[in-house]
Structures are given as structure tokens and as C-alpha cells.
Design a protein around this ligand. Sequence first.
Ligand SMILES: [Zn+2]
Ligand SMILES: [Zn+2]
Length: 246
Amino acid sequence: MKKIIAVITLCFLVFTSCSKDDNDVKSNNKKTLGASAHDLLSEDKFDSMVIEVVYVEGFEPSATAINNFVSFLSSRINKSGGISVEKRSIPVPGNTTYTNAQIIAIEDANRIHYNDGSQIAVWAFFADAKSSTDTSTSVVLGTAYRNTSFVIYENTVKKLSGGLYKPSTAVLESTVIEHEFGHILGLTNSGTTMLSAHEDPDHKRHCNVSSCLMYWESESGSNILGGTIPQLDPQCIADLQANGGK
Ligand SMILES: [Zn+2]
Ligand SMILES: [Zn+2]
């Protein structure tokens, strides 16, 4: 009898210690938006990065957009050990809209990569349906919601691109991905300190330069001019450089 109790106790201890470690590991990737800006920009703790790109079947982002995203990162963050992308699909979850809670639940159920040793991990989800906050006059194309997580509403991006008088799908995808990642890098004034005052008082966390990637309208792609992806303005770049970026 004693033996059985001992065995049960041991199993319990092993189980609790495993699940505790697991939660500790995952908690580093479940912090607030902007909390990992310095770790992503600098090489102080992490010299490489893995981006887990997960899309609902049929809603794969274009290869051009992912390539653009990686070159955007390479030009701004210090990761001499490299930036790798792991892409895969998940079956259709069957949602007609997504609340933030549903987006978080999908990440928690499917995410494989968490910060590990000197490698920092990022989660990007490409959804097959619209945000539950969309209205007839305003739609959400993407949201950065945790320190290393963002969602792109790929179905909505596709609807607003690729036609006459519309930006190309790859340009709109790239703009929204890079804009959301700008928030994860702490722009503007939310995790990365501003060197000069350039936060838009009417649109918090956004830059007041209308041509900047971090201008609020970049989130909807409505400042895409001449079919090109908006770039960061010199003030946003200076902020990133002062926080460990390049
Ligand atoms: Zn934004
Ligand atoms: Zn800016």
C-alpha cells in the first residue's frame, strides 16, 4: 500500500513539475504587446528568430508577402543567427467571425514554437473569416495582440485587394503584416520609447507622419500610394535603433 502511494506521489510530482515548466516557457510569449520589443530588436538575449506562420487551409499568405516581411525584419532587427519561417496549414475551424478570445484560443491550441535558448519565437495566424469587430464602414485587416503574436484577417485582405483600383494582394498583405509587426516592435510609443514626439494623439500607438508604415491608415492599407508598401519614416526608425534595432 505504501509503495502504491509512493508511486502515485511521484507521478503527481513529475506531472506538476512538467506542467509548471511548460507554463513558464509559454508565459514568456504571453506578455503584453510591446513587452518584447527590445528582445526582438537587439541581440542581447536572442540572436535568431523563428516565425511560425499558420494559416487556415485556402488562406495561405503569398510567398512575396512573407519574403517582404523577412527582408523588412532583416533591415531593422539584429539576429545574426538568422530568421527562419515555418509555414503550415490548419483545417477550417468553422467560424464565420473571430473574436479576440477565439484568435487567442487558436494560438494556444496550435502554437509549437516558444522562446528557446537564444532563439525568439513569433506566431502569425492567417484567418479565413473576418474580425467580429468589423462594421459596414470599417474593417480590421490585422491585429497584434501579444508580445510575439499577431493575426492577419486574410479573407478580408483578399477581398480588398487584387481588383481594379485596388492594391495587389501581395502589397496589401505585406503592408498589414509589417504594420502589425511594427506594433510588436513597440511602435509608436508602446514598448519602444519615442526619441521625438510623433505619436498621433487621435490614434494612439500610431505615428503622425501620413506616409509612414505606422500611420493609422496603414492598418487598412488606405495610404498605399502607387502600389508600394509604406515605409517607416526616419523618426520610427530612430526609435527602433535606440531600442537595439538597426
Ligand atoms: Zn496599427
Ligand atoms: Zn513613423
